[in-house]
Design a protein around this ligand. Sequence first.
Ligand SMILES: NC(=O)c1ccc[n+]([C@@H]2O[C@H](COP(=O)([O-])OP(=O)(O)OC[C@H]3O[C@@H](n4cnc5c(N)ncnc54)[C@H](OP(=O)(O)O)[C@@H]3O)[C@@H](O)[C@H]2O)c1
Length: 227
Amino acid sequence: MIMTRRIAILGGTGAEGSGLAYRWAKAGEQVLIGSRDGARAEETAKQLRERIGGAAQIEGMDNASAAAACDVAVMTVPFSGAAALLKQLKNVWKPGTVVIDTTVPLAATVGGAATRTLGVWQGSAAEQSKELLPPGVSLAAALQNLGAASLAGDGPVECDVLVCSDDQKAKQVASELVGKIPGARALNGGKLENARIVESLTALLIGLNMRYKVHGAGIRFTGLPLK
Ligand SMILES: NC(=O)c1ccc[n+]([C@@H]2O[C@H](COP(=O)([O-])OP(=O)(O)OC[C@H]3O[C@@H](n4cnc5c(N)ncnc54)[C@H](OP(=O)(O)O)[C@@H]3O)[C@@H](O)[C@H]2O)c1
C-alpha cells in the first residue's frame, strides 16, 4: 500500500471527478483536482474543503501539474477530450504512476444519445487511453458504472465496481480506492479488454435512469463471496 499517495483527478471540476474527490478526501486521501484552468480547479477544491471541513487535503491546479505531482491519476474528462489530454501529458508522468480510467465513450460526447456508446477502434476508451501512456505508467479501467449523482451524496453508493487491467499493481490500487467509497465493492473484472463490456453497461444504466425516473441506477453481481 502507498502511504502518502496523491490522487490527481483530471477533469475534477466536473460531476464525476468532484464526486470522487469528495469521497476520497473524506476518507483521508490526499486529492489534487485537475482542470484545464488552474483557477477553476482551485475553486472546486475550496468548495470541497469547505464541505468536508477539518483537515481535508484537497488542492486545485491545472491538469499537467496534477499529473506530474501524483501517484495515482483518475481520468474524469469526456471521451471527446481524453485522447488530447493524454497526448498533452505524455512527458509529464512520473514512472510508476497508476492511471484509473473512468471514461465512457458515450455517443452524447459527440452530440449523439447518452444511451449508446461509440465504436472505439482499440475496443474501449480505456484501451485507447492505455495506448497513449508511456511505458512505466499503468492503467486500470474502473468506476464507469458509478454515477455522479450517487457520489454527490453522503450515503453508501450501492454499486459494484468492475476493475479491469492487465497490470496487477494498477488493479490493486484501483480496487483499494474503490473500497474507500462507502457502499462500493470492487470486483476483479479481468483483463483491460473487458472494459468494453463495462463501458457499454453505463449507457444501459443511463437508459434505466431515464425509464425509471431515477438518477442512481447501479449494478450488483450475485453469487460472489461477500467482502
Ligand atoms: N457523470 C457520471 O455520472 C459518470 C459516471 C461514470 C463515468 N463518467 C465518466 O467520467 C467522465 C466525466 O464525466 P462528467 O459527467 O463529470 O463530465 P463533464 O462534467 O462534462 O466533464 C468533466 C470535466 O472535464 C473537463 N473537460 C470538459 N471537456 C474537456 C475537454 N475537451 N478536454 C479536457 N477536459 C475537458 C471539464 O473541466 P475543466 O473545464 O475544468 O477542464 C469538466 O469539468 C466522462 O468520461 C464520463 O464518461 C461519468
